[in-house]
Design a protein around this ligand. Sequence first.
Ligand code: ADP
Ligand code: ZN
Ligand code: ZN
Length: 766
Amino acid sequence: MNPVDVFRVALDTPLKRLFDYLPPPQGVVQGPSDPVARPSGVSSPPLEPGMRVRVPFGRQKLVGIIIEAASSTEIGEDRLKSILQVLDSRPVLDASALGLLRWAAEYYHHPIGEVLSAALPKAMRGGADVQAREEQWTVTAEGCAAYASGEPRRAPKQRELLTYLMEGSHATQGHSTAPAKDGVSATVLDEALPKWRDAARALKERGWVSVADVVSANSPTGARPFSVRVAGPELREEQRAAVEAVGGALSHFGAFVLHGVTGSGKTEVYLRLVERVLEKGRRALVLVPEIGLTPQLVGRFRERFDTPMSVLHSALTDHERLVAWRDAFSGHARIVLGTRSAVFAPVPDIGIIIVDEEHDPSFKQHEGGFRYSARDLAVMRAQRADVPVLLGSATPSLESLHNVDSGRYTRLSLPHRAASAEPPRMALVDLRSNTVHAGVSTPAIQAIERHLRDDGQVLVFLNRRGYAPTLLCTACGWIAPCQECDARLTVHLSAGRLRCHHCGFDSVLPSRCPQCGFAVKPVGQGTERIEETLTGLFPGATLARLDRDVVRRRGDMEEVVRRMSSGEARILVGTQMVTKGHDFPNVTLVVVLNADQGLFSTDFRAPERLAQTIVQVAGRAGRGSKPGEVLIQTEFPGHPLLHSLLSEGYEGFARAALTERSQASWPPFSRLAAVRDSAKTAESALEFLTEARKLAGTPPRGLRLLGPVPAAMSRRAGRFHAQLLIEGTGRSGLHQFLDAWLPGVEQLPSARRVRWDLDVDPIELF
Ligand code: ADP
Ligand code: ZN
Ligand code: ZN
């Protein structure tokens, strides 16, 4: 131990540790180009946890975050290096953000540097300024002279820009001889003189104007007052009770589950609560599953509040993300709305956290190393900030319902639809006893006909995109396989391709069997084929389709939503994407083409997912004044899950499912962690997990190790996958075990032959 002052820095590396550095040598300038010009001789502010620093790391220079100061280090003085540069004059992660992230690193057993990375936009990790800078254009002395003499005469665009820079928007109020003092920002010019840039470039070449980057005016403290643009409807009794329950407890932590059937006015409850929080001068964080799927929610917040909002989602460019993050960080934005990773967004003076569609699996990070649950972290964040968290859903997760049962969360119910809408009527269609036309049964065809005749719109749901899931040779039985996966290739007819939905493999669609030369044919249904079938059956009705093949760019989703909302499209065929959020008041019929995927899965969560999907898609029916009807096609009309769902609704299903989970001791009655790996051979994938299991010896009481087993689809993208589950009756027991066990697992020689990771609270099992 060397008694020196060092700073412990988190770096984005896979190592589960911090790195010690000496403070920067005296005289190092703060900031890459510090916006607040500091007079020389004034000492820089002290280094604090949460500030970014640039440090030497091997042969690289990395940006890291100071986690803490310490007075001693294990590193020999000769090997100890100094911080090269300090990037911030105040922390970009405050004490509460750092606290949450350090907690998450421990809970998910993940390297702190990678956890911190998830919390900051890429540009910030690269060293971008914490404050926005913007181009400011000013007229030079030469430019002023040129302007006064009426130049440039033959370039009207340049003259126009020069005039604007000299006179600003007051151009009509007479002439001035001095330019606007601080210049005019690019944003202002964009609004005033679209396409001004060519003229600006020409003027700059003549030396008549100049441009500089300055800190933009989004002031952190000038919290613009908010106002409600349009008052919402008068709340119904249940809504009022929900708003009171949460709104009356804004000054401390509480977790609430807002269980409201679709169309019951949950969003209205969110809006009222956000209004109360804004009134107190605080800010709101709203998490949604996927922005692309919920443009309507963003629209409703913008419609209601005249106040700056920061919207964070995965489709943003790096720069857009930086801009949105800065708006949140500075406090300029009063509402921060975003997807999963927005749970880490900076929200100064946070007053509430709302998680919409809290059951949605996309709140769990499925890929990459840091597999966190944004829903669970939202609860933890609210607890640490001592503010309420509201988890809304028409189909709450069994975890959240269990937390209600055990008294940890408070349930608020909205059992009725808002306005006059009636709940939809649900019925099963037995696929075995009805004639089926290319996936659509006769009762479904008749119902579609009837609803179209009555001027309704129809939504047809099938959770499978493409034309057909199988390409078959009827002569020799050949089925087009993926070379890289244990899976069949999906036919995409209009694109003329065969594609693997698991690894992305893509090839030309053959017309003949590569084995025997006979003609091949697509078997089974995907959304593309259902679209074709329904177009043939209902030639008078315009169709729209919504799936990942249709929605490729920004705006595609909005276009489909527009065609449905305007009534131009009468039938909408789609995948999971149609189940989310949309409010099409004129949809009166929903047809679920196949409920059976999910009834017999190895994953204990499959029934919950299926019930949620059915209830969510059914909730799209009859949201307006006309009553809705839902038809569910199945080959197993006697299945207990479908039965409880139809006779007792989601509530009844959830009771039954929780009882089953309790008997089998699955979550939420136990805690799970999964170690998953993949390798070039099935043997190596199993070997590593087998050794890891051996290392655990006899697990302590209350813990079970299950497996290892190969994944149900073992080969994916050319690699073999396997899994080892650790199940514990309590959280602390499980985590103590993991803490003791994982360092040894990391050291196993076989670990080097596989790619592996740990998933705490996994929501998908193979
Ligand atoms: P949810 O979020 O639960 O699906 P919404 O908040 O979108 O429900 O409400 C469904 C519809 O009912 C919306 O059109 C909304 O404007 C309307 N609505 C909500 N609350 C009321 C109310 N108290 N009175 C009248 N209409 C309401
Ligand atoms: Zn063949
Ligand atoms: Zn594949």
